[in-house]
Design a protein around this ligand. Structure first.
Ligand code: 13P
Ligand code: SF4
Length: 304
């Protein structure tokens, strides 16, 4: 039995005692994914948080994800095992900045990526994730939107919906932004038969080189249903664990160097155990902010 096995067993027992559900993002460490009740992307996990009967939600992910869970399940205790696990992209836009930006474009809907703070969501008309961004914006039936904070996902929406003018906030994900077209070309050269899957947080010139542009859950579904035996994966390395489980026997090649989100890697089994045992990392969202943010998130959940 490994150390991970013993810790995982202890965590499962604690979760039962505390009436807790453990949700893990697809970028988490493999052993943290394996101890979770559910592994998913930000949309799937938000939906699960809204639906769960458990008294406690342990969120193995980053701060905005746990905050979104609290917004959707205000009467549950939400724990983020590693409170320092933030998302630099979410911190690239404050509510004050958004209010000032909105004032320049009166009447234009504000569409916000869930990778944002509760205060920013509260100033938004609707949220999106990378899994539903295009569908949500299409459903607005509008000619112009403000999109924040991820300029790359905004580019992808604009490219997918040429009739919509997308005004972009200048935010980005450091992990996806640093990928270069050369890295993708190199991976293609090394694996000429592989299908290239990229996350829309990558820069447009990287997205242009992909065969498919997919959110993390869409990648997992894609590799399971595709006939292709080999893929180049252009997103955070944690997803490879889920891809291998979804499509055992297929080959998943990563870029060199591997893409790592340091914040996603802060959560360890030890921290999950401590959080459950001692109630550490409780997330709280101001009620007025939460009510306004909930409207934007629920509008998204209702659409797609
Ligand atoms: P997903 O919405 O695909 O889960 O992505 C979240 C994220 O943080 C990607 O960097
Ligand atoms: Fe934020 Fe990027 Fe990490 Fe996702 S991968 S949590 S967008 S820093």
């Amino acid at each position: 039995m490994t150390d991970h096995d013993a810790l995982s067993r202890e965590i499962r027992e604690l979760a039962k005692e505390r009436d807790a559900i453990i949700l893990a993002h697809t970028y988490q460490r493999a052993e943290v994914q394996d101890v979770a009740d559910l592994v998913g992307d930000s949309l799937g996990l938000a939906r699960e948080a809204a639906a769960t009967d458990a008294s406690v939600i342990v969120f193995a992910g980053v701060h905005f994800m746990a905050e979104t869970a609290k917004i959707l399940a205000p009467d549950r205790t939400v724990l983020l095992p590693e409170p320092r696990a933030g998302c630099p992209m979410a911190d690239m836009l404050t509510a004050d900045q958004l209010r000032a930006w909105k004032a320049e474009y009166p009447g234009v809907p504000v569409v916000t990526y869930v990778n944002s703070t509760a205060e920013v969501k509260a100033e938004s008309d609707v949220c999106v994730t990378s899994a539903n961004a295009v569908a949500v914006v299409r459903s607005l039936d509008t000619q112009k939107i403000l999109f924040a904070p991820d300029r790359n996902l905004g580019h992808w929406i604009a490219r997918s919906l040429p009739d919509v003018e997308v005004v972009l906030w200048d935010g980005w994900c450091p992990t996806h932004e640093q990928v270069t077209p050369e890295q993708v070309r190199e991976a293609r050269g090394a694996h000429p038969d592989a299908v290239v899957l990229a996350h829309p947080e990558c820069r447009p010139e990287v997205v242009d080189l992909a065969d498919h542009v997919l959110s993390t859950s869409q990648m997992i579904r894609h590799v399971a249903s595709s006939d292709a035996p080999e893929f180049v994966i252009v997103t955070e390395t944690g997803i490879v664990h889920g891809l291998q489980k979804a499509a055992p026997g297929k080959a998943f090649h990563e870029l060199a160097p591997r893409m790592i989100c340091p914040n996603m890697k802060l959560t360890t089994l030890e921290k999950v155990r401590a959080s459950l045992a001692e109630g550490l990392g409780e997330i709280d969202v101001d009620e007025v902010i939460a009510t306004r943010a909930r409207a934007a998130v629920e509008r998204m959940v209702a659409i797609g």
